[in-house]
Ligand binder design. Structure first.
Ligand code: FMN
Length: 201
């Protein structure tokens, strides 16, 4: 008999994640959709940085970035990544691990178009994670790009999304005296159902 009730109720982990994000949107001061994205480089050295989660689909978590960045290099070569979201206001966390593929089609175009013009031009101007001489240099590049691309810049070919398709998702909620609640969803292979396990805190 499962004792998974309240905020843990339901068997679909994507639905639970969406519900928790709705709760966080009401509670967090800033960026409730921020995730700490973790990758490894070619030497197996871990790396981590914040990015914004833009979509929770029925099989994937989606975020956007520059395909020339360090994270993109690391994701593209490993094909895997992990992230954690932590909401201090709610005292909850979600951990996700899985395989990652690029989202560089119509969904990426649509998301790019939904961004403010300045953000779209900024995406064109930034060689993310490459050395930059000065802020003046960056602003000059933005001005040049603005003149070249006008008011409707297309999505740069070097900018787009990633879809992290989880093999593992863990939901954690703070409990009294450090006796937290943890439930882990694991998929042994894409066609298999999720196995759900309660874990010790
Ligand atoms: C709250 C927050 C949200 C961020 N969101 C994004 C994002 O959605 N995409 C992105 O490329 N960088 C984002 N960044 C910047 C990254 O943390 C990072 O500096 C940048 O992507 C370069 O990382 P890399 O060199 O590991 O590729 C965000 C930073 C913070 C603090």
């Amino acid at each position: 008999m499962s004792d998974r009730t309240g905020i843990f109720a339901g068997d679909n982990p994507f639905e639970i994640a969406r519900n928790w994000l709705v709760d966080a949107e009401k509670a967090e001061v800033n960026d409730p959709n921020a995730i700490a994205l973790s990758t490894v480089d070619a030497d197996g050295m871990p790396n981590a940085r914040m990015v914004l989660l833009k979509d929770i689909e029925d099989d994937a978590f989606v975020f956007y970035t520059n395909y020339g960045s360090a994270k993109a290099r690391e994701i593209d070569s490993a094909g895997k990544a992990a992230f954690v979201m932590h909401w201090k206001s709610l005292r909850r966390q979600i951990r996700v691990r899985g395989t990652v593929i690029r989202e560089d089609g119509a969904a990426a175009d649509a998301y790019f178009e939904s961004r403010s013009l300045k953000s779209r031009l900024g995406a064109w101007a930034s060689k993310q994670s490459q050395p930059l001489g000065s802020r003046t240099e960056l602003m000059a590049k933005v001005a040049k790009i603005t003149a070249a691309h006008g008011p409707k810049p297309e999505r740069p070919p070097f900018w787009g999304g990633y879809r992290l398709c989880p093999t593992e998702i863990e939901f954690w909620a703070d409990g009294a005296f450090r006796l937290h609640d943890r439930f882990r969803w694991v998929k042994q292979s894409p066609e298999k159902p999720w196995e759900i396990t309660r874990l010790n805190p």
